[in-house]
Structures are given as C-alpha cells and as structure tokens.
Design a protein around this ligand. Structure first.
Ligand code: MLT
Length: 256
C-alpha cells in the first residue's frame, strides 16, 4: 500500500487487527525484513511496517535526518488515523524510534529497541560512515553486500538468511543508501532520553551482534526506568531474521 506525502511516497504493510504496532526496519533493508514476525503479531495486533524514505518502494530518495523521519512517521500514522502505537525499531529503526519518542511520547504505548544504540556515533564511526559514502559514490550499491553482510549476520550465517538480506540490499538504490548513511552519521545523542522514558521498554540484542555490542544494549536497558533486556542466542545484528523464534517470543511476551 502507498500514501503520497509532500516529502514523497510511503510504501507500507498494514496487516492484522488490534492495537497498532509500528515496525521500523534496519539499514540497508526494507519492511520485508519483518516477514518472520508477521504471523506472531498479526493475530493480535494491527502491524504497520513502512519502508523508510528511498528504501523498498518508498521514495524518492532525498536527504533526511532522524528527527525529520520521526516527524514523517507521525504524519504517516496520522493518515492511518493511528494516534498511539507500540514502536519496534531495529538498528536504524531504533535511531528513528528514539527521536519519535522524544517528540511524541504520548503516542508511544510501548517501545522496543532492538540491536540499536541511543548514543551518537564516535568520531571513528563517523569517519567510517564518510568512507562508506565515498565508496558508494564510486562503486555503487554493488559494494554494500560485501561490506554489510559480514557485519549484519552472525559468523557462519544461514544461507537462506544471507540470500534474503543480499536481495534486500541489492534492490536498494545507491542514493537512498548514501542519504541513510549520512543520517546515521549525523544523528544526535539520545542517551539521556533513556532515563526519561515513561513507557514500558524492552531492549533486544543478538548475542553475536557485531554492530551493537550486547553489553552496551544491556546497559541501555539498565538506564531505562523499569527497562527490560532480552539477549537472542544464535543471532547477530539482524536478530529478528536469524532467530525469529526467540525474537518473537520476547516481542510477544512484552507486547501482550
Ligand atoms: C542498521 O543495521 O540499521 C545499521 O547497520 C546500523 C548502523 O550502521 O549503525
């Protein structure tokens, strides 16, 4: 399904009935990464899973910031007449969820931060993002699977998951990827927000996550009042794809 906004078109999945759950995907993927969660969630919830600008079938790819994307999410949910939802953000999705909570706390029933960080990038991480932008400008999207898949998945990943992730990456446009890397590099620090969260919150992390360290995720949960933490075994950064059973169990127990 698609909705037209001034900033472009938002393509999204809207499935199931019940209280709304907004799922925000990781970089450089699209909403189809949530496929393994749909059966569990749609039996009790209305699942809304948009493609972030430039990814999947949302477009056109134009520059954005995390704050702008948070505002876009609010406008998008307004059009669907959803005033309140649970928000589940994985990695880049978490980077968007935090400013969304900051700007619209009353619209967030529950928050799930999966394989993500609240802090900003370090100078070294920012420099790596700038290098990646240069590599994308020179080599196009073809450079991305080789760079990203070993970081997104656990060592010795399932070939099916590799295939799925590769397909999602290869169908991403190079400008969309560049704008998202810039948005991630330039994102603000949301660490102090964690202490001020007033909704129930769950932090999830794959035990072999190479991008967001599991100890850092545990510490994030500890700084949230009443925050819960669940580690997902046999999973890297894309814990929802690598171990959907454990991920879905954690999600369902928390959301119900
Ligand atoms: C993601 O999975 O969304 C990104 O790889 C996160 C990041 O690079 O910080």
């Amino acid at each position: 399904m698609k909705i037209q906004f001034e900033s472009g078109t938002v393509n999204y999945l809207d499935q199931g009935a019940g209280p709304a759950v907004l799922l925000i995907h990781a970089f450089p993927l699209n909403h189809t990464m949530w496929q393994p969660q749909l059966a569990t969630l749609t039996s009790r919830f209305r699942v809304i899973a948009p493609d972030v600008r430039g990814f999947g079938e949302s477009g056109p790819p134009s520059p954005w910031t995390m704050e702008e994307m948070a505002n876009n999410m609010a406008e998008f949910l307004d059009r669907l007449r959803i005033s309140e939802s649970a928000v589940v953000g994985l990695s880049m999705g978490g980077y968007i969820s935090l400013p969304y909570y900051s700007q619209y706390p009353q619209r967030v029933r529950q928050l799930v931060l999966a394989d993500t960080r609240a802090r900003a990038d370090t100078e070294t991480e920012k420099a790596a993002r700038t290098d990646m932008i240069a590599a994308l400008e020179q080599g196009g999207i073809a450079i991305l699977p080789g760079r990203m898949i070993p970081r997104l998945l656990q060592p010795d990943p399932s070939p099916d998951v590799v295939r799925l992730v590769r397909e999602m990456i290869e169908t991403t446009g190079v400008s969309a990827a560049i704008h998202a890397v810039a948005a991630m590099r330039d994102r603000a620090d949301s660490s102090t927000l964690l202490r001020r969260l007033q909704c129930p919150a769950l932090v999830i992390a794959g035990q072999n996550d190479l991008i967001t360290n599991i100890e850092e995720s545990r510490a994030m949960a500890e700084s949230i009042p009443g925050g819960r933490f669940v580690g997902i075994s046999k999973a890297g950064h894309l814990s929802n794809l690598e171990n959907p059973e454990e991920f879905n169990r954690a999600l369902a127990e928390f959301l119900l």
